[in-house]
Design a protein around this ligand. Sequence first.
Ligand SMILES: *[C@@H]1O[C@H](CO)[C@@H](O)[C@H](O)[C@H]1NC(C)=O
Ligand SMILES: *[C@@H]1O[C@H](CO)[C@@H](O)[C@H](O)[C@H]1NC(C)=O
Length: 278
Amino acid sequence: MASSIFFLLFAVFELFSSTIVTAEHPPFHRTIPPASLGLHQEKLTHLHFYFHDIVSGPNQTAFKVAQASITDKSPTLFGEVLMADDPLTVGPEPESKLIGKAQGIYASASQDGVGLMMVMNIKFLEGKYNGSTMSLLGRNAIFSDVREMPIVGGSGLFRFARGYALAKTHSLTATTAIVEYNVYNPSFLITTTTTTMPKLLTFYRTISPTYLGLRKEKLTHFHFYFHDVVSGPNPSAIIVDSSPRPKLPKTPPHSSEGEGNADRFVGVGFSDFRGRSC
Ligand SMILES: *[C@@H]1O[C@H](CO)[C@@H](O)[C@H](O)[C@H]1NC(C)=O
Ligand SMILES: *[C@@H]1O[C@H](CO)[C@@H](O)[C@H](O)[C@H]1NC(C)=O
């Protein structure tokens, strides 16, 4: 089923090509066999691990890197930005086997109820997944029972990755959050050029796509308006890093390229946009 979806998508692109390509130019795209990139049939991988986030103490793993002028007064700490390098382990105990690290940024991006924006590279350290990464980008309402966040890509054995992560808090103290993760990742079975395979592991399994009720693909069209208010009584976007702008020499040595851009730089902003959908 999954491989037929792949071919259907390529068939659609092929259809568009006949209307875009002109006689003067060679085509800017081509159809190639998936096997030419080492891609074979699709598979679904289920990963299960625990995420340890420690915000103070001797073993701190997450550090505040920026906040906004209103963060301290905000009930949701809107605008607070942390950089984390959090251990991922097979069990909830901090001393259980390390299988990877979640490295990235989480930031308070919601003014109504706590909602973090998570931008994390999950780097695996164990067995055949050692060195492969998965990129997670999503909204984490940390006080909800189970949060769902998209997997938007990956590297190594997770090339072409997509899927989703389910996160459930296992324990929470003033300094440490231990969060259970289940990640479902449908991706191509990738053959590598290496001939030596590491020892089999116990923290993942391959399951049939129908196990999650995955059937044929569909196309959804969204239409909405985005409201960005940077000042006034109800701002939806705020500056979180107001450090001074770098001073540029009056006469740049070789070119003036970039000067205009630097002048316009005001800081890194975080927003909580309220879209209206129809
Ligand atoms: C910090 O980590 C070390 C090594 O894993 C451990 O022995 C120690 O108990 C930890 N300290 C705290 C406060 O958790
Ligand atoms: C993971 O890969 C690194 C770099 O190749 C290597 O040093 C390390 O020993 C590997 N870890 C495991 C558990 O295989």
